[in-house]
Design a protein around this ligand. Structure first.
Ligand code: BG6
Length: 486
């Protein structure tokens, strides 16, 4: 299948860090369909050869196992071209259109990896140049808006020129192998379904912890914050994956309909829950990976009096028959104690204890997203240590551990690689539909408004910790604790 992939923002950060390495991996794995061309679009005056050189030099920063040999790169580079464009000039779109017409590929992917302020203009200009044909697919990267209003405005513009089935809104968390395995676990096995409900589950915890700070993105992050950067999209998508009903089939709309229902069922915020069920934090100077690091307010591009949150912990519920009353906790932040993304499903303890056991007698299913990905089922078993009568009747924690890297090999398909291949093949299952996205914005909007009028600002936490202590206090009010506090 021939395809042209046009990468707006072809010299930008995302292209260097994620997209080119992912495209190269697909090329190396032999999964990138043959007959493809990748066209980088940027403002610089670069020849095809200069663009290829730039990309090659960036591969030096990619981990060794994923770096191409010179011979491999030269075969990959044969797919790469560059076109200089000023995204506001219609003439430049006419040049692009001519370039695409020459080849007349079966599929044309427009990957808009630019500042969101350019989405509208790019879509309008593509349409004006006749580039919104039925063979065109548009990929939009987050952030898709700043709030519900701006998200709707983007979606409305895109809808004027493209049908929903042509629009691929990326949430790269959906491309992570562990998230796909969560779907497989839930809907490919009958084992957990009867247990997957309020009668058996005490609470669910979603943690996306990062060790890094805002790095070079201080100015962007200042106007974004953790709620918009991570909760509105990645964390809520994980919540949907864990909380949704089984879809009627594996088609994109069947899956997305169910995710939408979860978002619509999220408990609405009240004045009370806005103050008791949400904690926002901001990192202060501390230690990270054994080195002293500055606080958020000292980062480049950040206001020294900034109230932007770098941490959010919240409690919510999915108000439906399956989940009524089960707390779902979400926690994400930068400069936390480690890079660790996982979902912990805490089952209820036995109704009547006949064995002696440790403090935490409940069973647990842990879905590890990163750094390693896999599943752990925590159980209690009879220890075989018979030294001393005391030990004989006590249960010991054990776990069934499925390490996906060991089982399926560490050369598995990365999130962007998977998602890019899905776009080229036209599979929408792992992309976010506009109504889902709007619903997620609708749900976070009361938080944004509440914080804007809250003089208290975020609570400070030292780098290298698990965030403000108020986050532990929040969960402790329900009689639970975060997983690492067990
Ligand atoms: C991005 C956020 O969407 O996800 C970043 O903008 C964050 O701030 C990143 O660092 C985390 O992604 P991953 O895959 O490294 O967990």
């Amino acid at each position: 299948m021939s395809f042209d992939l046009v990468l707006f923002g072809g010299t930008g950060d995302l292209a260097w860090r994620k997209l080119m390495p992912a495209l190269f991996q697909a090329f190396r794995h032999g999964t990138l369909p043959e007959g493809g061309r990748i066209i980088g679009v940027g403002r610089d005056a670069l020849s095809h050869a200069q663009y290829r050189e730039r990309i090659q030099s960036r591969f030096d920063k990619v981990e060794l196992a994923k770096r191409p040999s010179p011979e491999e790169f030269s075969r990959f580079a044969a797919l790469l071209e560059f076109v200089r464009m000023d995204l506001s000039r219609p003439e430049d779109y006419a040049t692009l259109a001519a370039m695409l017409r020459e080849r007349n590929a079966q599929t044309v992917v427009m990957y808009v990896a630019t500042a969101p302020s350019l989405f509208t203009v790019v879509c309008e200009q593509l349409a004006a140049a006749g580039l919104n044909t039925p063979h065109t697919r548009v990929v939009l990267e987050k952030p898709l808006g700043h709030d519900l209003g701006s998200n709707r405005a983007i979606n409305q513009t895109v809808r004027r020129f493209f049908e929903e089935k042509q629009v691929f809104r990326i949430d790269h968390y959906l491309g992570k192998p562990a998230v796909q395995n969560l779907f497989a676990l839930r809907f490919g096995n009958a084992l957990f379904e009867p247990l997957w409900r309020r009668e058996h589950i005490a609470n669910i915890q979603i943690t996306i912890a990062e060790e890094i700070g805002v790095e070079s993105r201080g100015a962007f992050y200042e106007t974004t914050g953790a709620l918009r950067d991570m909760v509105q999209n990645h964390a809520l998508q994980l919540l949907c994956a864990i909380g949704m009903e089984p879809p009627i089939n594996a088609h994109a709309d069947a899956i997305r309909d169910e995710k939408l229902k979860v978002l619509r069922s999220l408990k609405p915020w009240t004045t009370e829950s806005l103050s008791s069920d949400v904690v926002r934090g901001q990192y202060a100077a501390g230690m990270s990976m054994g080195t002293p690091v500055p606080g958020y307010r000292e980062e480049k591009g950040v206001d020294p009096h900034s109230n932007t949150e770098t941490f959010v912990a919240l409690r919510t519920e999915i108000a439906n028959w399956r989940w009524a009353g089960v707390p779902f906790y979400i926690r994400t932040g930068k400069r936390l104690a480690g890079r660790d993304a996982r979902i912990v499903v805490n089952f209820r303890p036995t109704p009547h204890a006949i064995f002696r056991s440790g403090a935490n007698a409940g069973n647990q299913l842990v879905i590890n997203l990163q750094p390693k990905d896999g599943l752990e089922l925590h159980l209690l078993a009879q220890g075989q240590d018979m030294r001393g009568a005391k030990a004989s009747n006590a249960l010991a924690p054990v776990q069934l551990d499925l390490d996906f890297a060991k089982r399926f090999g560490s050369e598995r398909v990365g999130a962007y690689e998977r998602l890019l291949l899905d776009v080229i093949d036209g599979r929408l299952n792992l992309f976010v539909r506009s109504d889902e996205q709007e619903e997620a914005w609708r749900w976070v909007e009361p938080l944004i408004k509440h914080w804007a009028g809250d003089p208290q600002g975020p609570r400070l936490y030292a780098c290298g910790t698990w965030g403000p202590s108020a986050s532990s206090a929040m969960i402790a009010r329900d009689g639970f604790c975060w997983d690492e506090e067990n």
